[in-house]
Design a protein around this ligand. Structure first.
Ligand code: NDP
Ligand code: HEM
Length: 483
């Protein structure tokens, strides 16, 4: 089947069916001053297409910026993983990295206090591997059932249509497991000055599987080579007043100037035998301390090419933690398990069941599935090949090379809180790292956030949590709130 491409050279305007348009300035009318004629089909097509230009924005992380680049292996980790993209030092894989803020809508200002998304799509020869992370190593909750409630408190109040500090802090103060992430959000790292001057983290515990089918748990870290830069609340307010797209502009222009941002890619690796030695192995609200699991170099990530069309390549990009490749796997982290369902489900609604065919999402290696039909199926739909398996032609054979995992427990609604109530030790370790000025800014940012809360009991509940991290912190927030 031959395709008629979009002709970038042509000067002739055509309609979507390819035939030339007679007039693009004057709608056909009955007389110069008369009513318009239904038979001006170009007018109909133009307005009809325009009315359908918007697609649903992402339910979270709606405002984003992206660029292409390369991942280069700098250290041989083949003893831990058989993933082809890590197979030899010097090997390069094309990537797409989309950054985002979480709560704001598609038109939100960039320089807001919010977590930043850090979504990577690696176009490997074994299929696409998506690592959909954030610029923080932890998260607010540790059970995916709570995600819709949490996000509702970050978005707009159903009555006022305003962002709702009461709801946000009501939720956080009732979920002490959120403290670690809340501390990072209200620290200097809560408003990165640019997308280039921040780290990325896979955040979850994933797994590596080597050629002997041995499993290792792994955490991914992307350390900025540009250094960390941040805005204070006051600086951010000024930036937003002058430029709502500060991150998009900075990233786009840096790449156009040839200043390619880079991140050192590092991993922490835990042998499977050590799984039960720690309370943090699969807990997304906790990090793996560096002294227990030191950083191991893996590679370098560089962004070096801007997309040519924002809608086609960024808005339509679909990242899903379920997209993985042999040698990289999941873990029992219950948040990760919840996400394995949610992303492709969201994308089937946002982009359609055949969103994998949109060029930015399509694998750059051959694919061979039995999926057929569905809205907007735009390839050859499997042509004349069988649409079922197994079949007498011996096609569509699975590889069955997955490693098994021992699962011991009975099924029930287990409450994480019943066996882990350590909400404070890691936030306290983070607080201890801050110098006096960082501590002062943290207390000031907390006070600014809490000052918008009208329910006194919520403020007290939150202060009681701060007290358990550090009395100095709680006192500083109280003093600033009183002012
Ligand atoms: P380390 O002293 O070895 O590590 C501390 C890490 O803190 C640094 O490497 C840096 O991580 C990170 N950091 C510094 N300033 C900030 C900030 N404003 N916001 C967020 N992170 C910051 O100690 P541990 O490994 O025992 O960790 C101590 C605490 O550090 C943890 O409880 C956690 O809050 C935080 N942290 C730990 C990380 C980890 O993977 N162990 C990762 C990030 C933070 P980086 O190099 O990634 O910038
Ligand atoms: C986007 C769900 C937790 C990072 C999304 C989207 C959904 C979603 C539905 C929109 C997807 C789309 O339309 O393409 C969830 C659920 C979570 C969860 C149910 C918890 C159970 C997390 C965590 C992280 C994260 C823990 C980071 C560690 C992101 C990012 C995006 C995103 C970066 C934007 C992807 C892009 O750039 O297109 N999430 N999420 N999410 N999520 Fe989550």
């Amino acid at each position: 089947m031959s395709k008629c491409p979009f002709d970038h050279q042509s000067k002739t305007l055509t309609n979507a069916a390819g035939s030339p348009v007679a007039d693009n300035d004057n709608t056909m009318s009955a007389g110069a001053k008369g009513p318009l004629l239904l038979q001006d089909v170009w007018f109909q097509e133009k307005l009809a297409h325009f009315a359908r230009e918007r697609i649903p924005e992402r339910v979270v992380h709606a405002k984003g910026s992206a660029a292409y680049g390369t991942f280069t292996v700098t250290n041989d980790l083949t003893k831990y993983t058989k993933a082809a993209l890590f197979s030899e030092v010097g090997k390069q894989t094309e990537v797409l990295l989309r950054f985002s803020t979480v709560a704001g809508e598609r038109g939100a200002a960039d320089a807001e206090r919010d977590v930043r998304g850090f979504s990577l799509k690696f176009y490997t020869e074994q299929g696409n591997w998506d690592l959909v992370g954030n610029n923080t190593p932890v998260f607010f909750i540790r059970d995916p059932l709570k995600f819709p409630d949490f996000i509702h408190t970050q978005k707009r109040n159903p009555q006022t249509n305003l962002r709702d500090a009461d709801a946000a802090w009501d939720f956080w103060s009732r979920h002490p497991e959120s403290l670690h992430q809340v501390m990072i959000l209200f620290s200097d790292r809560g408003i990165p000055a640019t997308l280039r001057h921040m780290n990325g983290y896979g955040s979850h515990t994933y797994s590596f599987v080597n050629a002997n089918n041995e499993r290792f748990w792994v955490k991914f870290h992307f350390k900025t080579q540009q250094g960390h830069k941040f805005f204070t609340n006051e600086e951010a307010a000024k930036v937003v007043g002058e430029d709502r797209e500060s991150s998009q502009k900075d990233l786009y222009e840096a790449i156009e100037r040839g200043e390619f941002p880079r991140w050192n890619v590092q991993v922490q690796i835990m042998p499977e035998a050590e799984t039960n030695n720690h309370n943090y192995t699969f807990d997304l609200t906790k990090v793996w301390p560096h002294k227990d699991y030191p950083m191991i170099e893996l590679g370098v990530l560089e962004l070096n090419r801007n997309p040519q069309n924002y809608f086609a390549e960024v808005e339509q990009a679909a990242f899903a933690p379920s997209n993985n490749v042999p040698g990289i796997g999941f873990s029992p982290d219950r948040m990760l398990q919840g996400r394995l369902f949610s992303y492709q489900d969201a994308q089937r609604y946002r982009l359609g069941v055949n969103h994998h065919q949109i060029p930015v999402n399509a694998p750059k290696c051959p694919y061979h599935t039995t999926h057929r039909d569905g809205a907007m199926r735009v390839d050859t739909n499997g042509g004349l090949h069988p649409n079922y398996a197994p079949n007498r032609f011996d096609t569509y054979l699975p590889t069955y090379d997955q490693v098994s995992m021992q699962i011991e427990r009975e099924a029930a609604h287990f409450n994480f809180r019943e066996y882990d109530e350590d909400y404070y030790s890691q936030p306290a370790a983070l607080y201890a790292l801050f110098d006096a000025e960082q501590k002062d800014r943290l207390a000031g940012n907390f006070a600014a956030g809490l000052s918008a809360v009208t329910a006194k009991e919520t403020v007290e509940k939150q202060l009681a949590h701060f007290e358990k991290i550090s009395k100095e912190l709680a006192d500083a927030v109280r003093t600033k709130l009183a002012k």
